[in-house]
Design a protein around this ligand. Structure first.
Ligand code: HEC
Length: 163
């Protein structure tokens, strides 16, 4: 290596060293500065004290529920929840069972032969859930699914009691 080369190499090494040092200083410095900046911004963005000081003394309550007690929607039970089997039969079931429409068993003992034998539970379940038998289609709760199970039972009891 010539003298000039070694001088260049030395100078270049020094320069390189200085640049590396400078890079480190800048990196550390900027990260410190950044941390500072974030803290500073957080402080500035926290305006709760300002919000509190300019908050209105009173506000109009626009929440309707706060003033009017809203009653929960009443689930309408047909016939006012009556458990009068005859009433329910006349209004819902008689359309088919009174006339035998669609194969519905009329209130005659002959038409109910083999039905009651299944047991009251099974007959009631068929009336509540509906089913398709040999005679035809019995819709669930006679098509009035808003009837309670108890109301259907009252109607079935009335029907089987009047054979
Ligand atoms: C749209 C016509 C229709 C209406 C309305 C109707 N039914 Fe029926 N129901 C039928 C038919 C048809 C059958 C016979 C189905 C079969 O066995 O093939 C039947 C059968 C039944 C049976 C016999 C079930 C069994 O296991 O054999 C019961 C109990 C019954 N209905 C109760 C009622 C009651 C209670 C109502 C009123 C809430 C009602 N039905 C309204 C058509 C109707």
């Amino acid at each position: 290596m010539s003298d000039q080369d070694s001088i260049f190499f030395r100078n270049f090494s020094i320069l390189l060293g200085v640049m590396i040092l400078l890079t480190i200083i800048l990196a550390v410095g900027s990260s410190m500065f950044q941390d500072n900046l974030v803290e500073n911004l957080k402080d500035r963005l926290d305006r709760s004290d300002i919000q509190a000081s300019i908050a209105p003394a009173a506000a109009v309550n626009t929440d309707p529920n706060a003033i009017v007690e809203v009653a929960p929607a009443q689930q309408a039970v047909p016939f006012d929840g009556s458990l009068d089997g005859e009433l329910i039969y006349n209004n819902v079931c008689a359309a088919c069972h009174g006339t035998g429409a669609g194969g519905a068993p009329k209130l005659e003992a002959a038409a109910w032969e083999g039905r009651i034998d299944k047991g009251a539970e099974a007959v009631l379940a068929n009336a509540i859930n509906g089913y398709t038998g040999e005679a035809g289609l019995m819709p669930a709760k006679g098509g009035r699914t808003d009837l309670t199970d108890e109301q259907v039972k009252a109607a079935v009891d009335f029907m089987t009691g009047s054979l």
